[in-house]
Design a protein around this ligand. Structure first.
Ligand SMILES: [Zn+2]
Length: 269
């Protein structure tokens, strides 16, 4: 029958319709309409079920570098097309300027993380300012003007905020701490992340690129965060997108902490 149908020429079909009259034509239209209705509805339902969840901004940050694993990390970020933010130490910037130049050239943001990682609360204003200034100068020499300052260990006081502000810097902490300095193998770190941060989608994530295990685990971590709904952004993009919501997770004087914030405690940060 199918063969016969397709064997019919255009004129024959027109003739068939005209001979059979309007009744048959109308029956066809009604059949098509009724038949199509439930399938369109199912598709619409399926589309609703499978609608992608809205993506949330995730600013991945790497502190305490640049180091000997930074190149490997940059390769991963390039391959995954992920932008991140590096809070660098001034003394390491002086030692490996080529790494910082590559970070910036590949579209990542560079922030100031002090010169040699002291606990700023133990320093007077002048010494805190010197920590920020020296790193600032090292970065400016490379043509990089940072916007954010992250105090080592997340430890700061009013002098820190003032010293940073004098350099036009805003304090930036984090909302999700990977605690990667604590988990010294890829496996341990991934296990920790499966239990913890992958359920916290959206925010500023703290990692450390001098750790081989962090850099080794990063391809999987990025894949998991992405498949759970992360849209990767720099800290500046994150802040610009959040500005209207006025969330106090990153800003001086940082009085009201974000409920997600895992505040500073002893440890390597
Ligand atoms: Zn640090």
């Amino acid at each position: 029958m199918t063969t016969a149908f397709f064997a019919l020429g255009r004129n024959v079909i027109v003739n068939l319709v005209s001979h059979a009259g309007r009744t048959i034509l109308c029956a066809w239209i009604v059949f098509l309409a009724v038949g199509a209705y439930p399938s369109v509805s199912k598709e619409a339902l399926a589309a609703t079920d499978e609608a992608p969840k809205p993506r949330l901004d995730c600013a991945i940050t790497f502190d305490d570098g640049p180091g000997r694993f930074t190149e490997q990390l940059l390769d991963t970020l390039k391959r995954k097309q992920v932008v991140a933010t590096f809070f660098v130490l001034g003394e390491l910037v002086q030692r490996a300027p080529h790494l910082v130049l590559r970070i910036a050239a590949e579209g990542h943001e560079v922030g100031n993380h002090s010169f040699d990682h002291p606990n700023l609360r133990h320093l007077d204003y002048r010494s805190q300012k010197a920590e920020i200034d020296k790193t600032e100068r090292a970065l400016l020499k490379l043509g990089i003007t940072p916007k954010y300052f992250r105090p080592p260990y997340g430890s700061y006081n009013a002098d820190t905020v003032r010293a940073a502000a004098e350099n036009g810097l805003v304090l930036a902490l984090w909302t999700v701490d990977a605690l990667d300095w604590k988990y010294h193998t890829v496996h341990a770190l991934e296990a920790r992340l499966e239990q913890g941060i992958e359920r916290k989608i959206g925010g500023i994530y703290l990692f450390h690129d001098p750790h081989s295990w962090t850099v080794a685990a990063m391809p999987n971590i990025l894949d998991d965060l992405e498949s759970n709904g992360c849209r990767f952004v720099t800290v500046t993009e994150y802040m610009n997108n959040r500005e209207s919501k006025r969330r106090p997770d990153v800003s001086p004087p940082f009085r009201d902490r974000d409920p997600e914030f895992e505040g500073p405690s002893a440890g390597e940060r």
